[in-house]
Design a binder for this molecule. Structure first.
Ligand code: ADP
Length: 270
């Protein structure tokens, strides 16, 4: 039952009043269902590459006399295990971000460094797809946060921008300050996202095109991770997109406020 009630029978306050406590269990049941769905999804996502590796191992055995065949199947095994490894890493990262433990080491981080490290991580993919990445960053801009997590978030956005663009496209990555926020934007002129999918792409395992995501080594967890990383920084991520035109993902994060002349961090004078 969604509503659970407990009652104290008999006079409880000396005036014969009965206390009835009604608890709405719907949120608890929803959380429980979400957890079960997540586990079911992970199991499915793990089984697919494990099954593929097993079949590919048999194929390698069968192709023992054919070096090209062995190379081909071995390459596919490597791709499947890379996907498997990315999936496990992302699931662990997500569960850490969702737990209550404070994991944020908020330090001043140079925005330029975050962008450069993220782009560097996508170098190989960009090279393979001949996609050019243009980086623009406001000079001296610093963001408060955890450098490793911020780099993960931007790298995920850059990798998506490359994967969901046409070969030889251009992706732009930029950072600028906007009031008390740093805005990091990753833009592409790729396939874009239909309006009906825009709300859902930040959900765990949601993909607009499962086959395309899978072929590119996607796990369906990238944007969910980006959203959680933004949140633990007290920031947010949003998206503008038009089908067939492209997408811009914008991370808004706390800017590093300049130290006061005394060298102390400024405090509120209320
Ligand atoms: P995936 O591993 O599938 O890329 P994500 O969580 O990173 O998972 O993204 C979820 C889905 O959102 C993708 O499968 C894709 O359909 C869509 N998507 C993400 N980024 C872009 C983009 N830059 N352009 C078009 N579609 C995108």
């Amino acid at each position: 039952p969604l509503l659970h009630w407990t009652a104290s029978t008999g006079p409880v306050d000396g005036h014969g009043t009965m206390i009835l406590v009604v608890t709405d269990r719907a949120p608890l049941l929803r959380a429980d269902q979400a957890r079960r769905d997540f586990v079911a999804n992970i199991s499915h996502e793990l089984k697919t590459p494990i099954g593929a590796v097993s079949i590919l191992a048999e194929a390698v055995e069968g192709a023992a006399d054919d070096p090209d065949g062995v190379r081909h199947f071995a390459g596919r095994m490597q791709a499947e295990t890379a996907r498997l490894s990315a999936l496990v890493t992302q699931v662990i990262d997500l569960s850490r971000l969702q737990s209550d433990e404070p994991l944020l080491r908020a330090e001043p981080v140079a925005a330029r460094e975050v962008l450069d490290d993220a782009v560097h991580r996508a170098d190989e993919l960009a090279h393979r797809r001949e996609v050019a990445i243009v980086v623009r960053c406001q000079k001296g801009l610093e963001v408060m946060g955890d450098a490793a997590l911020l780099t993960d978030a931007v790298a995920n956005l850059v990798q998506n921008a490359i994967v969901y663009s046409a070969p030889r496209a251009r992706v732009s990555v930029s950072a600028r300050s906007q009031g008390d926020r740093v805005e990091i934007a990753v833009s592409d002129n790729g396939i874009g996202i239909a309006e009906k999918d825009l709300d859902r792409i930040f959900e765990r395992f949601y993909r607009v095109d499962y086959a395309r995501s899978r072929d590119n080594g996607g796990t369906g967890l990238g944007l969910s991770l980006v959203k959680h990383i933004a949140r633990v920084h007290g920031g947010a991520v949003d998206v503008w997109s038009k089908l067939g035109q492209g997408s811009t993902f914008t991370l808004r994060l706390p800017v590093r406020t300049a130290p006061s002349p005394t060298g102390e961090a400024p405090t509120d004078s209320t």
